[in-house]
Ligand binder design. Sequence first.
Ligand code: CIR
Length: 253
Amino acid sequence: MRLAITRDLSPAIARCQLTHLARQPIDLGRARAEHAAYEECLLALGCQVQRLPAGEEMPDSVFVEDCALVLDEVAVLTRPGAASRRAEVTAVEEALRPYRPTLRIGAPATLDGGDVLRVGKTLFVGLSTRTTAPAVQELERLVAPFGYSVAAAEVRGCLHLKSAATEVARGILLVNPEWTGEWVRGFERVEVDPAEPYAANALLVGETVIFPCAFPRTRDRLERRGIATRLVDVSELAKAEGAVTCCSLVFDA
Ligand code: CIR
């Protein structure tokens, strides 16, 4: 069974962390409708969806991706870079415990799941404002016994590594070349349309990519490469600097 863990929107989302965006009012009703449609999309792609209750006083808790990294053998609980987000991890850990042994990144290292891009047995870790070099070393120590290698990856101009690059088909990355470094060179790549810098965050489920409807030019590039997309509207969630990967943890349960 393929499981997608999601988390209900916090009523406090208006107080979310923002790094690169100016604060705008978020329509909670619309954001909830977007989130529900996103879950429908996961269901349509064959996932079972397990939605955790909202973290009432945790403005960013809908973005479950940042709390854990789920590998086939083990789940690594993170220590998010923003102090306001650290309490989010507890509920995610409880939800993952039936499915994987759990390990954790310890203080003072910090790591956001959005900074970890897995391609096969390699984990690229973005050195963003949220993720520190000691976290890269610690992650390596935790996952090396399972055969993973870990590589620090340059990222700039955006929140997380996966704002800049995601895998859209086996071994093919969708990238914003302005926000990534040399490390992407070894991969077959689709570049975002230059008019759509935020379009590199796509969620691959099976052989289909869940993709924001806000980026039609980049979507055309994907479809022309033979990559099937399924569109979702995440425009309210985008005001909280969220995108499609960050609202779920998808894995084989
Ligand atoms: C934050 O700044 O932490 C949230 N407002 C957005 C987190 C988005 N997470 C992700 O892309 N993995």
